[in-house]
Design a protein around this ligand. Structure first.
Ligand SMILES: [Zn+2]
Length: 254
């Protein structure tokens, strides 16, 4: 993981394994360096949490300018499902995309996922220059949206999973992902990710194994290992604060 300050206050983190590719830009932005007021302070990129629109628009602008001024930002209407859209070359207008994952081989599109405890799982296929960004909260993880994304990259672009480079963003860690009613809320297939002496689950490990199962190499998967609830001063955390913003995770081909 590489940490850098762009201005006095705007901060971004990058995956070491994705940073080596000059044909892409990517970043996880902290909650610092934006213009939103409490409880959305300050780099909130979500229009649907009650923040002022003018602030969210300015925050999104700042982020896009840092990543690539010439690219178009693409945000999804995330619904905790497992639908994944493939962005094709001939689509000039970005429609209102209700989905939780997005894949493209088109240059100049910044694929955004906005989160506050959920995971953004970014993927890059350097052989075919294909990028993906997936929103994996516990509902998406249970549906294996991460594995589904690898499948679609293969079907749509001929991606060989062996070459996929993947990153798991800051998100709710096993230290804080408590599911007291897990027998009702989670299917039995994921119970093995429960910690032995608590009701806490390791959804980082689940994403890791979902990628492995599809053929992604362990050495190509990087987890930032940062829990958003433990570090809620740096990242928005829904579990910690309930009414809060969403931070930005983005990847683009340039
Ligand atoms: Zn934690």
């Amino acid at each position: 993981m590489v940490k850098s300050n762009i201005t006095k206050s705007l901060e971004k983190l990058e995956f070491t394994n994705l940073k080596v590719f000059p044909q892409i830009v990517h970043s996880v932005f902290t909650r610092r360096g934006g213009v939103s007021n409490h409880p959305f302070d300050s780099l909130n990129v979500s229009f649907s949490t009650g923040d002022e629109e003018i602030c969210v628009a300015e925050n999104r602008n700042r982020i896009a300018n840092v990543l690539d001024r010439n690219s178009q930002s693409v945000f999804l209407d995330q619904v905790h499902g497992d639908d994944i859209v493939v962005l094709e070359d001939n689509k000039v207008e970005i429609p209102f995309l209700k989905a939780d994952g997005i894949i493209t081989d088109v240059k100049g599109k910044l694929l955004f996922i906005q989160i506050a405890d959920c995971q953004s799982v970014m993927m890059f296929d350097p052989e075919n220059n294909v990028i993906a960004n997936v929103h994996a909260g516990w509902r998406g993880s249970v549906k294996n949206i991460v594995g589904k994304c690898v499948d679609i990259m293969g079907k749509s672009f001929g991606t060989n999973p062996e070459y996929i480079v993947a990153g798991i963003s800051p998100s709710l860690g096993p230290c804080c992902a408590e599911f007291v009613n897990y027998k009702k809320e989670l299917p039995e297939s994921v119970w093995k990710y429960k910690e032995k002496d608590s009701f806490n689950f390791d959804f980082w490990e689940l994403s890791f194994y979902q990628l492995l199962q599809k053929g992604v190499k362990a050495t190509n998967i990087e987890n930032m290992n940062i829990c958003t609830k433990c570090f809620s001063k740096t990242f928005f955390s829904y579990r910690k604060e309930k009414l809060t913003g969403r931070f930005a995770c983005a990847i683009g081909l340039v």
